[in-house]
Design a protein around this ligand. Structure first.
Ligand SMILES: [Zn+2]
Length: 288
């Protein structure tokens, strides 16, 4: 692995940190993909449905009020099932990125299967938004040995699934088709703090709002003081979109803005990094 963008990158307007607010719009497929449709009770399934109306509406309202752009990772099947909601996300200026076809929970995925999933999802996104996604996030924190090459082949710029550092970094390989990684972590994931189900005892989390606010702002301060770091929040409208948690999101964005964060979509940060990378390469060439 070659880490490239922790090495003194200066964010636009000398901002202290690049903050990416990302939302996994998994709706019912978050639970379908792990529990199967049959074993999942109606009540548990309805948690996913919360994302479709109030959860999403509240998240979009907060983003709109704060005037920030974000990235929504959307499984293709979700976009096919809820086209109006996905169109609305895009119309409000947010990025739509790839997140599997049915939020697959598979360690045995083959390249051919993933190729087909991407092809199908991209076709739905193109129909709804007129655009092809430029970024991807593996479902259930999974990625495969073939993923970087597949993403490159299909014209993607970035992935956001690894956990190895707080830098954006470049995958080794073809410099003509650069692929950036935006690592994310479970401690920046609302699922860790707020996912509660009676079905699985290990998932009975409901942390106090102030605890999570302090956790995230402490992390923000430490990373921002280091100067060239990123922070990727991984959120789910069915969890962060609950009333008191939407207030948490709003509070955290206000804090980040007041403390000099550059808040942008993953696509925008990827473009900025690639632009900086190109400038550095040209400077090196002209010095020879
Ligand atoms: Zn997901």
């Amino acid at each position: 692995m070659v880490i490239k963008n922790g090495n003194g990158i200066v964010w636009p307007d000398n901002k202290r940190i690049a903050l990416m607010l990302t939302f996994d719009f998994d709706v019912e497929w978050l639970r379908y993909s792990r529990e199967g449709r049959r074993s999942l009770g109606f009540a548990d399934r309805s948690r996913g449905e919360y994302a479709i109306e109030e959860g999403l509406t509240r998240c979009l309202r907060v983003l709109d009020k704060q005037n920030v752009e974000s990235t929504f990772f959307v499984p293709g099947k979700v976009a096919e099932t809820y086209p109006e909601e996905v169109k609305k996300i895009a119309e409000m200026g947010h990025e739509i990125a790839y997140h599997g076809w049915e939020h697959e929970d598979s360690i045995d995925m083959t390249q051919a299967e993933e190729f087909r999933n991407m092809e199908r999802a991209e076709a739905v996104f193109r129909k709804l938004t007129g655009k092809k996604p430029t970024g991807a996030r593996g479902c259930w924190n999974m990625t495969y040995a073939f993923t970087p090459e597949l993403l490159r082949k299909r014209g993607y710029k970035y992935s956001s699934v690894m956990k190895n550092c707080d830098y954006a970094w470049m995958y080794p390989g073809d410099a003509e088709c650069p692929l950036i990684e935006f690592p994310v972590d479970h401690t920046f994931d609302d699922y860790t703090f707020f996912f509660f189900t009676f079905n699985t005892p290990q998932h009975r989390s409901n942390y106090p709002i102030d605890y999570v606010f302090d956790y995230w702002t402490d992390a923000f301060e430490e990373l921002a003081s280091e100067g060239d770091k990123i922070m990727v929040l991984k959120l789910h409208p069915q969890l962060i979109g609950r009333a008191s948690r939407a207030v948490l999101l709003d509070r955290f964005i206000t804090y980040a803005k007041d403390h000099d964060a550059w808040i942008a979509s993953c696509n925008e940060v990827a473009d900025y990094i690639l632009e900086q990378e190109m400038k550095t390469t040209e400077e090196r060439r002209s010095q020879r």
